[in-house]
Design a protein around this ligand. Sequence first.
Ligand SMILES: Cc1ncc(COP(=O)(O)O)c(C=O)c1O
Length: 395
Amino acid sequence: MANRTDGPLDFLTPALDRLKTDGFAMQWPTLEAAQGPRTILSGRPVINLAANNYLGLANHRDVRAAAIKAIERYGAGVASARNACGNLPLHDELERRLAAFKGCEAALITQTGYAANLGTLQALFDEKDAIVSDALNHASIVDGARLSRARVLVYRHGDAADAETKMAQARKDGARRLVVVTDGLFSMDGDIAPLPELRAAARRHGAITMVDDAHSVGVLGPGGKGTAAHFGLKGKIDIQIGTLSKALGVMGGYIAGSGELIEWLEQRHRATFFSASTLTPADTAASLKALDILEAEPERVTRLWSRAGYFREGLRALGFDTGTGEGPLIPIIVGEAARATGLRDRLLELGVFVVAVAFPIVERDAARLRAIVTAEHSEADLDEALAAFKTAGQF
Ligand SMILES: Cc1ncc(COP(=O)(O)O)c(C=O)c1O
């Protein structure tokens, strides 16, 4: 084959074969229309239960118009890191708006939510420190913890008592800085972290509390302000991570917290200042507009929860195991990877697009489909999807 060297990369052939025979190879389907409750996937019209477009903002007319206007004024990109010459008034404005939205002194935007977690853990902790982390935290937290070189103590999923035991252990062993970190709304199970208990334990052990609101902003709490707001902990969580790529429908991430935290990250968040991939004018303006819409139309959040409740109940009535979560991200746990991919394929044939998730993203025997309901799905869309689940589940 042209352009294929032989020798050092040959280990990939059996590794790829194994992934495929075990059913763990991911698919990269091609979206051929805009995100929405219905879209076109690889030539096929589908009901779309796969995107994190919780509030239906990814293709909102005003969001698109804001992006176009920003391109016309500032161009397609800034070709520079923020600290060199890539800082636009739009970036500063978005940071001010995100800080106010989260009830924090300041915020820093990053290229992705992944980069926000990675760079924050790396910038604050090193081998003298300890990171106490939920067993089901997102990969970007896991990777950021590794990058920091701090000691990592993993606590049982959602178990604040176990987290406290781990904090006590780290203190006993002489950790300098200590942080407890959790997803707010878990990305594979859709359940909510016990943030008040985690924070109380953190206070007892002089630990920092960090929450990743990637799936919570626009979803949880009054006005979709996230996990801290959901639990009435405004101003009480030291570090709040978020993304612009899910409920806000665009791309980018951010960190919100005290003025000093953000000032430190501006100096030490390597993923930001070693990268000329600054959030583009279009992404920044689109995110600002999406935030405007979220603040002006909180009923989108209410609608999201009622549609999600409707769909979850429908799945349960059909006998599917939807786990213990509550929100719009609904796992349908089936066990083996091959069962999950089989169910996904049958659903696709029936015109319903749902992502299958298997090891290493979840435990080996906990493969699942992950259905994401949005505020834009009508009951008719959801009824049609439930009918497909009924048929596909009969195999
Ligand atoms: C909990 C959590 N944190 C962080 C991220 C990364 O965010 P982004 O997609 O903006 O890189 C994700 C997304 O996949 C996530 O689910």
